[in-house]
Design a protein around this ligand. Structure first.
Ligand SMILES: C[S@@+](CC[C@H](N)C(=O)[O-])C[C@H]1O[C@@H](n2cnc3c(N)ncnc32)[C@H](O)[C@@H]1O
Length: 435
């Protein structure tokens, strides 16, 4: 299967525009006509898409994220811990568990910032975690080991019994990678994180499925496991991307029915990305909508994991809906949920739009365009922006997370020798969390 192509690098990109499915195109067009913020975001994304400097920036970031040093990993861990604090503050204490001796499940846990953020606030919490082993490309755990934490190293997308299958076809290319384990079966958790991010480094899955399909397999795998362990009234926190995509909106629709939801986009980092968190409180795992959704996610997992092959051995798309079917499905969704999507999405789009609009490459492009117009003010602006190229060289000391600023804001010079600013920007912005 020829899966390792240009699409892999494009997935979850801030400028991913040219690959919209017909469903996503319909949704985007609906939103462009009704939300000014969304329309502005699409414009900035279009400009970024055409800007080779922006493309080069994200390409470099991806490369360095795949080759992170231990120092960068520690920065990423602290960053995640701080994002946990920010999330908690923004959500009326979603991480402050009200019952005594609460149970927490951290899916895709490494390096462990969220686990730390939970333990910072609930000394009596028991945390169970599952994360991709390093030999399969997973991140390393930084979290201290003396906290009673129970970690299972598994590829969550291969837990076939959890997803309702009893055996695996003997000719499957990943046969030996499947696991029949059902971790914490019968246990109920008060708080569950689903913070998985499909990694470019995750072979062999990327090679077999392609990154786009792998991202979907990962999402449904986390959702199934989470909902089969969720305590009634518990909280689920999930990393999602592209608030304007059909797949994401379908997930939001389910949780809007079975829980009290809120969306959160950290201001600490990843502002220029499409990523955000769903915070679903008071989840009703026994709700009919939840039961139907889990069954649907199991079917999606199965269809994606065991695709029908054509005569050349290429995977056929799991669902080939006719155009009228697609139009009907999406129209229904927009009729019932359109306003709600805008209400939930605008704060997210606003943050991303502002971050992209003030990115160095955008300002530099604007200044250069104005320079070509020949105005004096434009030249001054160009000089100011050229000077800001040094922003990236002043991003703070990697060991000093408290003072490390968001990308693009100048800070104190490094204390001991030069900090690798490019590496630092990777840790602050990405480390594959959202690239
Ligand atoms: C965004 S990071 C999680 C950060 C973490 N929540 C924290 O607070 O430090 C994404 C994680 O997903 C994990 N991951 C990716 N694919 C996975 C898979 N198939 N199974 C289990 N974990 C996976 C990665 O190894 C990585 O640890």
């Amino acid at each position: 299967m020829d899966s390792v192509g240009p699409n892999i690098d494009a997935i979850h990109e801030p400028f991913q525009r040219s690959e919209r499915s017909p469903e996503d195109e319909m949704i985007s067009s609906y939103l462009r006509n009704r939300s000014e913020v969304y329309g502005d975001l699409v414009k900035v994304q279009d400009d970024g898409w055409k800007n080779p400097e922006a493309e080069a920036f994200f390409r470099g970031q991806r490369h360095r994220a795949d080759n992170a040093t231990q120092k960068i990993r520690k920065v990423f861990y602290k960053m995640m811990r701080n994002i946990g604090a920010e999330l908690n503050a923004a959500s009326d204490g979603a991480l402050e568990l009200r019952n005594s001796n609460p149970w927490v499940l951290d899916l895709c846990m490494a390096p462990g910032g969220y686990t730390a953020a939970v333990l910072d606030r609930n000394r009596d919490a028991s945390v169970c975690a599952l994360t991709l082993p390093q030999h399969l490309g997973g991140h390393r755990i930084i979290h201290p080991k003396d906290t009673g934490l129970q970690v299972m190293f598994e590829d969550i997308t291969m837990l076939y019994k959890e997803f309702g299958l009893t055996d695996i076809p003997q000719d499957h290319p990943n046969l030996l990678k499947f696991s029949d384990k059902r971790w914490w079966y019968g246990k109920e958790f008060d708080l569950i994180f689903c913070d998985g991010q499909a990694l470019r480094t995750h072979e062999p899955n990327i090679g077999v499925y392609g990154r786009q399909v792998e991202a979907l397999r990962l999402n449904v795998s986390q959702l199934i496991l989470a909902m089969q362990r969720m305590k009634r009234g518990g909280t689920l926190i999930m990393l999602l991307h592209h608030m304007d995509s059909y797949e994401t909106i379908k997930i939001l629709r389910v949780f809007d029915e079975i829980a009290r939801i809120q969306l959160f986009k950290p201001l600490l980092s990843h502002m220029n990305r499409s990523s955000f968190y769903l915070i679903a409180k008071n989840v009703e795992p026994g709700h009919l909508e939840a039961v139907v959704a889990v069954n649907e996610w199991k079917k999606v997992w199965k269809d994606l994991t065991f695709p029908v092959l054509d005569e050349d051995g290429q995977a056929l798309p799991p669902k080939i809906a006719s155009e009228p079917e697609v139009v009907g499905e999406v129209s229904d969704l927009l009729d019932t949920l359109g306003e709600r999507i805008i209400e939930l999405g605008e704060p997210i789009w606003q943050i991303q739009k502002e971050a992209l609009a003030t990115a160095n490459w955008t300002r530099r492009k604007e200044a250069m365009d104005s320079e070509q117009d020949g105005t004096v003010e434009a030249s001054a602006a160009a000089i100011a922006v050229h000077a800001s190229e040094e922003d990236l060289d002043n991003v703070g000391d990697a060991d000093d997370m408290e003072t490390a600023p968001v990308l693009g804001k100048a800070s104190k010079p490094p204390a001991e020798g030069p900090v690798d600013s490019a590496d630092m920007s990777v840790a602050m912005q990405s480390l594959d969390i959202d690239s």
